[in-house]
Design a protein around this ligand. Structure first.
Ligand SMILES: [Mg+2]
Length: 208
């Protein structure tokens, strides 16, 4: 997987976030402050412009620029959290021109570790970690089993989606939604929902 592949991923994320902007904002309206869709849409629009202005580069550089731009452009908690995830992923991929599936799996572990460090959330707290952690596990397991890239990324996509759906009955213990206590139960976490979109975009690009 080269820089072109990762650029195509981020472009697909930007498209999916734009298409789901109102849906994400509705999820955030139920248990947050109704800005998740518009925040991410603004962020990934800026990322798309930043990538277009800096063509070429390496997979690591593409993802680091993605993370840095998100931190700069997106407020609230999601900008720093998403920005950290992409920066850690970019850093883990190093400066090589091509990335193996095993390297990508390690990169996702680094991204998850970065998000956990910054946000302090564990699985079950009703955050993006509930989608990112199972996706990372599924990807690492697929690498262990020698699964081919498209199938491995489909497993990661499915794990993220399942994890996002599984946030619905949870009570939030981190982030703004935690202020609602039991009233956060019955709503999908918007950060987990957008993380599932990010993983679905990755599989879509791998599937061609
Ligand atoms: Mg919000």
């Amino acid at each position: 997987m080269d820089a072109q592949f990762f650029t195509a991923w981020i472009e697909e994320v930007a498209r999916a976030v734009g298409a789901n902007r109102d849906h994400l904002t509705r999820l955030d309206a139920a248990i947050g402050d109704a800005d998740h869709g518009s925040n991410l849409d603004r962020g990934f629009t800026a990322v798309r412009e930043a990538l277009a202005a800096a063509p070429g580069g390496t997979p690591g550089a593409v993802l680091s620029l993605t993370g840095t731009t998100l931190i700069r452009k997106v407020g609230g908690a999601s900008g720093p959290l998403y920005g950290t995830a992409f920066r850690e992923l970019g850093k883990a991929l190093g400066s090589g021109a091509d990335v193996t599936l095993a390297e990508l799996a390690s990169g996702f572990e680094a991204a998850l570790a970065g998000v956990r460090r910054l946000g302090g959330a564990a699985e079950g707290d009703k955050t993006m970690v509930d989608a990112l952690a199972p996706a990372s596990r599924a990807l690492s397991a697929a690498v262990q089993n020698g699964t081919k890239a498209e199938e491995a990324l489909d497993a990661a996509r499915a794990a993220a989606e399942e994890g996002a759906q599984a946030t619905i009955p949870l009570q939030a213990r981190k982030g703004r939604a935690s202020y609602l206590g039991e009233r956060s139960i019955g709503h999908q976490d918007p950060g987990a929902a957008s993380t599932a979109l990010v993983l679905a975009a990755l599989h879509a690009v791998a599937a061609g």
